[in-house]
Ligand binder design. Structure first.
Ligand code: AHR
Length: 495
């Protein structure tokens, strides 16, 4: 088997990697909320106040910092008052975006915020601009966060919650250039200015306001929003999905060959361009980097699994998805001066999921394991990584950098390096030189890989792809040399 060589120098500290880069997203879409998170108190599936216990345990282990809800496209037709009060009396609405199914609104504001408390994560709520009113948005925030005795706060208490919740992250609309109202950037910028006025801070609750940002490479949207509304926002979002082929024929989650492996990684790596170019525009209007670039939807998007409701966006998750997650998170870390948050789409049973369920059955995907390996970067200090000589992954006359890397140092002084070898055939020998560390301390490592690029976990074989101890490394006073299998994601801990 081929063995390439890459050398990387790791040195100076470069800023903090916000834990919110490791955020997630849960929409009322397919089986994400219903069955994925919510089974109801009377379900035979073990649950805590209606939320699956297996899901709570798995997500707590990942230390997920933040969860975005209720959409997505669903957010701009969601009316929060439909989802409070006794469940039996809640309104039944049509989920027009996602399969036309009936939404019984059994999972609403109280259930979501209780879920965040169980997960010990921050809520990030997306408000309705497309079909909602400013009054509705203002009332929702008052309902959730006001401590006094207004009608809204009293209504919350009557529904069982005495103390207000603390809500920091609030999105003013979602994809308002598309499903959220088909607006032009100039029109949305004005709408944003108006709606955000009514996103009030009550008491000590200080809201971080996120404006709807661009899709992919639509830099004009970012330009207009920054110019017309930059001073009214704390964050500006962007969405970028990795679609191997076209939106009409995206490609299969499991039936793919090396061509599609290569194309998928190539497209995932374009996140670098997306983040860099939107950041360059933001830099012109906000050189202090006060406003965060919020990548609040990202991940792979394939054709829905054959035999499932196409509106439910259910897809399997393979080793290829693990590599997409690994290289993308490395990119976000590198841009942590501007990327303040990111949210993988979506947590359970939808798109690039962490968890798949089938009624009471449950499994962790390869993507879950990447987030597990990478959680060491949360709130750590980014270290500079200079790739001195780098091997290439070549296929069909095209070339990608074979190794993706990110390094950080935590408060206790431990250094963590995450590495991806995207080559489907060649192993990689990577030499890491750590400048500024007196002597390399004990090193341990974990690696996620498999011999087959389509390797994935199933309900009957849930541990086909899971991390193992990394044995193939050695270290001297200043250097660590590690051998990475083809198609692998690894973390080294230098403690
Ligand atoms: O994540 C699925 C959908 O993708 C979201 O609802 C929407 O915001 C995006 O187009």
């Amino acid at each position: 088997m081929a063995l390439s060589e890459t050398s990387i120098r790791i040195n100076a500290a470069q800023g903090t990697i916000s834990r919110h880069i490791y955020g997630h997203f849960a929409e009322h879409l397919g089986r994400c909320i219903y069955e994925g998170f919510w089974v109801g108190e009377d379900s035979p599936i073990p649950n805590t106040r209606g939320i699956r216990n297996d899901v709570i345990a798995a997500l707590r282990k990942l230390r997920i910092p933040l969860l975005r809800w209720p959409g997505g496209c669903f957010a701009d037709e969601y009316h929060w008052e439909d989802g409070i009060g006794p469940r039996t009396g809640r309104k039944r609405t049509v989920n027009t975006h996602w399969g036309g199914v009936i939404e019984n609104n059994h999972f609403g504001t109280h259930e979501f915020l209780q879920l965040c408390e169980l997960l010990n994560c921050e809520p990030y709520i997306a408000g309705n601009v497309g079909s909602g009113t400013m009054q509705e948005m203002q009332d929702w925030i008052e309902y959730m966060t006001f401590a006094g005795d207004s009608s809204m706060a009293d209504w919350r208490r009557a529904n069982g919650r005495q103390t207000p919740w603390s809500i920091k992250y609030f999105g003013v609309g979602n994809e308002n250039w598309g499903c959220g109202g088909n607006m032009r950037p100039e029109y949305y910028a004005d709408e944003y200015r108006r709606y955000q006025t009514f996103v009030r801070n009550y008491g000590d609750n200080k809201i971080y306001k996120i404006a709807c940002g661009a899709s992919d490479f639509n830099y004009n949207w970012t330009e207009v929003l920054m110019r017309e509304a930059g001073r009214y926002m704390d964050g500006l979002s962007v969405h970028y999905y990795t679609v191997p082929h076209t939106w009409a024929h995206k490609g299969s989650a499991l039936e793919f060959n090396e061509d599609e492996w290569f194309i998928t990684l190539q497209k995932a790596l374009r996140m670098e361009e997306v983040v860099t170019k939107h950041s360059e525009i933001m830099d012109r209007y906000d050189p202090q980097k006060r406003i965060g670039l919020i990548v609040d939807e990202w991940g792979t998007w394939y054709d829905a699994e054959v035999g499932t409701n196409p509106g439910f966006l259910y897809q399997q998750n393979s080793l290829r998805d693990a590599l997409v997650a690994g290289v993308t998170l490395n990119i976000f870390n590198a841009h942590c001066d501007r990327v303040h948050m990111a949210n993988l789409a979506q947590t359970i049973n939808v798109l690039q999921a962490l968890i798949l369920t089938d009624n009471d059955k449950f499994l962790l995907t390869p993507t879950y394991h990447v987030f597990d390996l990478y959680q060491v970067h949360q709130d750590a200090t980014l270290l500079e990584t200079n790739v001195e000589n780098s091997a290439a992954y070549e296929h069909n006359g095209e070339s990608l950098t074979q190794i993706s890397v990110s390094a950080s140092q935590n408060g206790a002084g431990a250094v963590h390096v995450t590495l991806c070898n995207i080559d489907s055939r060649a192993s990689a020998q990577v030499t890491l030189t750590l400048d500024g560390l007196d002597a390399i301390r004990p090193v341990t490592g974990r690696i996620l890989t498999a011999p087959d690029m389509t390797a994935h976990n199933t309900f009957s074989q849930p541990e086909t792809v899971k991390p193992a101890a990394l044995q193939t490394f050695s270290f001297t006073a200043q250097q660590v040399t590690v051998q990475l299998a083809p198609m692998s994601v690894a973390v080294l801990s230098i403690v």
